[in-house]
Ligand binder design. Structure first.
Ligand SMILES: [Zn+2]
Length: 228
């Protein structure tokens, strides 16, 4: 079996989703060099970080964590693009595992009770084949033994990409796009919302408006990166 695998690998080498280099044996998804160079933030331990501060006055997060620093044309932008548009949910799994390891490493009990990835509209989900936020959320839920809730909230409108809009239009584009199916799953829980990236924050705020209607105990956010 291993011989067949090695042989296939020679015929179809895999490339790193960060830098395109051919992966060597033992590497998967992201090469060792890119892994070492991942620009990690200190958000797992610095709880009053710039992401949380940016939401002051709008959302009262218990924790707000962006795992990686974002820079235009950098490795994180490359990974996020591949995750979203290149049929590569494995990037989400890889980074979700990394996020869970960081949480375990620092030994902080964040107390999350349910994990909700930002839902995709059914149509877009079908087209892409997966929800990139869910791919990032799943290993976190699995490793930390927290419920992964992909049913309680639905996205009822397939809004257009936020990058096409500016100012007020961004808010109108995402207003009332989410719908809660099951309040009980959220009520009185420490909720962790998961997204691939924060840009304007408008989408996440729209989701939070719905979550708050269920009276959660607290709301936290984790994303791969903060691209605001
Ligand atoms: Zn690489």
């Amino acid at each position: 079996m291993k011989m067949i695998k090695d042989f296939l690998y020679l015929l179809f080498p895999e490339n790193c989703f960060g830098c395109q280099a051919v992966l060597v044996a033992g590497e998967k998804t992201i090469c060792t060099g890119c892994q070492i160079r991942l620009p990690k933030t200190n958000h797992f331990i610095n709880h009053e970080n710039d992401l949380k501060i940016r939401f002051y006055g709008r959302v009262n997060f218990k924790y707000a964590i962006a795992m990686l620093h974002y820079s235009k044309h950098g490795i994180v932008q490359q990974l996020l693009r591949n995750l979203k548009y290149k049929n590569a949910p494995e990037i989400g799994y890889f980074l979700g595992n990394l996020a869970a390891s960081e949480m375990q490493y620092y030994g902080i009990n964040y107390g999350f009770e349910t994990i909700i990835p930002v839902p995709l509209h059914k149509k877009r989900h079908k087209l892409r084949g997966y929800n990139q936020a869910e791919a990032f959320a799943k290993p976190i839920a699995d490793k930390l033994n927290i419920v992964l809730d992909i049913d309680s909230i639905e996205r009822k409108v397939a809004n257009q990409s936020q990058t096409k809009f500016s100012g007020l239009a961004r808010w109108q584009n995402v207003k009332d796009i989410f719908f809660v199916n099951n309040h009980v799953n959220i009520q009185n829980k420490n909720v962790l919302l998961v997204d691939d990236v924060v840009t304007t924050g408008a989408t996440i705020e729209s989701l939070i408006e719905e979550v708050l209607k269920c009276n959660p105990k607290s709301i936290s956010l984790i994303t791969i990166a903060d691209a605001s």
